[in-house]
Write a protein that binds this ligand. Structure first.
Ligand code: XMP
Ligand code: MG
Length: 181
């Protein structure tokens, strides 16, 4: 059972649902009259993206991109690679980058630079989780779900070694699972 590897639940399904509803309501206000493109950074944000977009009542489009910076470990390497690019051109569009978690900031600062170079009309960042303790790059966040302590979390799209993404809540992984104490 996946549940046995979880030390503590940080956010239940109900808490996630409520907070995501609040973020969507803000976006519905901020983008009234516009047609934003929501860009999901795979794979971690796929669950958040699915729930967030279903609470957005504006016309919008979705696109997906994938970058890798972690491999199978739990610490960012600072090396970021685009492994899947967007399908559509974003020039002149209002884009919202949807991330699962902002940690060191390495991934997003690199990604946002690449996207801005493509001349969108505007760029905003939405992250479900913000882990500020390990930040090394300054990244401006427009929409943030929850600020979390420096613990490795899984579930609701977030993985450890590709597992646990299917947990419906967010929890702290027991350190013994990844070779900690
Ligand atoms: P950086 O350090 O570049 O990292 O801001 C962002 C990416 O790192 C992954 N990440 C995590 N994944 N639990 C996870 O499952 C975590 O606690 C965690 N912290 C960082 C994540 O893929 C994110 O996109
Ligand atoms: Mg990710």
């Amino acid at each position: 059972m996946l549940d046995q590897d979880i030390e503590r639940v940080l956010f239940t399904e109900a808490q996630l649902d409520t907070r995501i509803g609040e973020i969507a309501a803000e976006m519905n206000r901020d983008y009234a009259g516009k047609e934003p493109v929501l860009i999901s950074v795979l794979r971690g944000s796929f669950v958040f993206m699915a729930d967030l977009t279903r609470k957005i009542t504006l016309p919008c489009t979705v696109d997906f991109m994938s970058v890798s910076s972690y491999g199978a470990g739990t610490k960012s390497s600072g090396q970021v690679q685009i492994t899947k690019d967007l399908s559509d051109d974003i020039e002149g569009r209002d884009i919202i980058v949807v991330e699962d978690i902002l940690d060191s900031g390495n991934t997003l600062s690199y990604l946002l630079e690449i996207l801005k170079a493509r001349k969108p009309a505007s760029v905003k960042l939405c992250t479900l989780l913000d882990k500020p303790d390990r930040r090394v790059k300054d990244v401006h966040v427009d929409y943030s779900g929850f600020t979390i302590p420096d613990e490795f979390v899984v579930g609701y799209g977030l993985d450890y070694a590709e597992k646990y993404r299917n947990l419906p809540y967010i929890g702290i992984l027991k350190p013994c699972v990844y070779g900690g104490e």
